[in-house]
Design a protein around this ligand. Structure first.
Ligand code: SF4
Length: 303
C-alpha cells in the first residue's frame, strides 16, 4: 500500500511483477457461474451489497428496498465530479487542455442540465448562486487533477473509464462503476500473462484502505474482460488531491472471489426463505432497518 499526494506518481510507482495463468478468466467464470446456480432469482452484486450481506443479511434486504426507491448513488456532488472529470480526461487525452477548467465545467453542467432524469432535474432546480459555486468547485478540481497528473498525455494505453462495468455469470451479475481511468495493459509472457494495468477511482472521500479494497469487484471485472487482473489499484480524492494505491496480488483476488461466492451462498439462503440470523453492530447506525429492527445495536443511543 502506498500513500502519496501526486496521482501521476501513484500510477507510475514500481510494484512487484504479478503473473496469472492464461486460463485464469475461464476458470473464474466457471467457478462463479457454478456457485450462482443456487440462487432462486437473478441477483446483482457490487462491493457495497457484498459488504452488506456478509455483515448482516437484514441490512442487505433493507438496502434493496431503499435502492428500489431510487436516488443518485453516492450523491449528486460525487456523481457530477466523476462525470465531469471523466469528460475532462477524455477530451484532453493526447494534448494539453484547450479550454480553461472554469469554461469546461460550465459547459459540462449546461449539457448535463439539459438531460432527462434525476441528475438533470437536480441541476435545473438549483439556484444560480449554488450553480456558480458548484461550477467553481468542479473547475478547481479539474485544475488540481491536471497538476497532480501532468504526465498522462504521454501514456500509451489510457482509457477514461473501466474496461467493463458489469458481467453476467450464471444467475449473478457483478457490477462496479468505480473506475474512472485505466492505464497500461497486461503482457503475454510464455504460458503466463503479466499484469500491467492500473485502475484509478476518483472519489471525494478520504483515501483509506477500505475504499481501496472496495475496488475488488472492479479488479475482477477487468480480469474477466481482458483475461488478466490489473496490476494495481488507485483511489484518488479529487477535492484534497491525495490518494492511496495497492498491488492486486493473488491473495487480494482470492479474497474477493471468496466474498463473491459466500455472498452468493447467503443470498440464495435468503431467497429460499431461510430465516437469516441478524448481526447487530456499529453498522446498524447506517442500516435502513435500524428503527424497526429488534436486533439493532442501540448502545450508542442509550441516553
Ligand atoms: S439494524 Fe443491524 S441487526 Fe438489524 S438488520 Fe440492520 S444491520 Fe442487521
Amino acid at each position: 500500500m502506498t500513500r502519496r499526494s501526486n496521482l501521476g506518481d501513484l500510477i507510475s510507482a514500481e510494484g512487484p511483477t504479478i503473473t496469472w495463468p492464461s486460463d485464469w478468466a475461464p476458470t473464474i467464470r466457471q467457478l462463479v457461474t457454478t456457485t450462482s446456480a443456487g440462487l432462486g432469482q437473478p441477483t446483482n452484486l457490487d462491493s457495497a451489497s457484498i459488504e452488506e450481506v456478509l455483515t448482516c443479511p437484514g441490512w442487505w434486504v433493507g438496502q434493496r428496498e431503499v435502492d428500489e426507491i431510487g436516488g443518485i448513488p453516492g450523491g449528486l456532488q460525487l456523481h457530477l465530479s466523476r462525470r465531469v472529470a471523466r469528460s475532462w480526461l477524455a477530451e484532453n487525452l493526447t494534448s494539453a487542455p484547450s479550454v480553461r477548467p472554469l469554461t469546461f465545467a460550465g459547459q459540462a453542467l449546461e449539457r448535463i442540465a439539459r438531460t432527462e432524469g434525476i441528475v438533470g432535474r437536480s441541476l435545473r432546480n438549483m439556484s444560480a448562486a449554488a450553480l456558480t459555486e458548484l461550477r467553481s468547485e468542479l473547475a478547481m478540481m479539474l485544475a488540481t487533477l491536471d497538476a497532480d497528473w501532468p504526465n498522462r498525455v504521454e501514456l500509451e494505453h489510457f482509457l477514461p473509464s473501466g474496461v467493463s462495468t458489469r458481467t453476467r455469470l450464471g444467475r449473478v451479475t457483478l457490477n462496479s462503476d468505480l473506475v474512472d481511468a485505466t492505464v497500461g495493459q497486461a503482457r503475454q509472457s510464455g504460458d503466463v500473462i503479466e499484469a500491467g494495468a492500473t485502475l484509478v477511482s476518483l472519489t471525494l472521500s478520504a483515501p483509506t484502505l477500505t475504499r481501496l479494497e472496495g475496488l475488488g469487484i472492479s479488479a475482477l471485472l477487468h480480469g474477466l474482460r481482458t483475461g488478466c487482473p490489473p496490476a494495481r489499484i488507485v483511489s484518488w480524492n479529487l477535492s484534497t488531491g491525495t490518494g492511496i494505491a495497492g498491488t492486486v496480488d493473488e491473495s487480494f483476488v482470492a479474497m474477493w472471489l471468496g466474498r463473491v461466492c459466500e455472498a452468493t451462498r447467503r443470498i440464495s439462503e435468503i431467497q429460499s426463505w431461510f430465516e437469516p440470523r441478524l448481526h447487530g453492530g456499529e453498522h446498524c447506525q447506517i442500516c435502513p432497518m435500524f428503527d424497526m429492527c429488534p436486533s439493532a445495536d442501540r448502545s450508542e443511543y442509550a441516553w
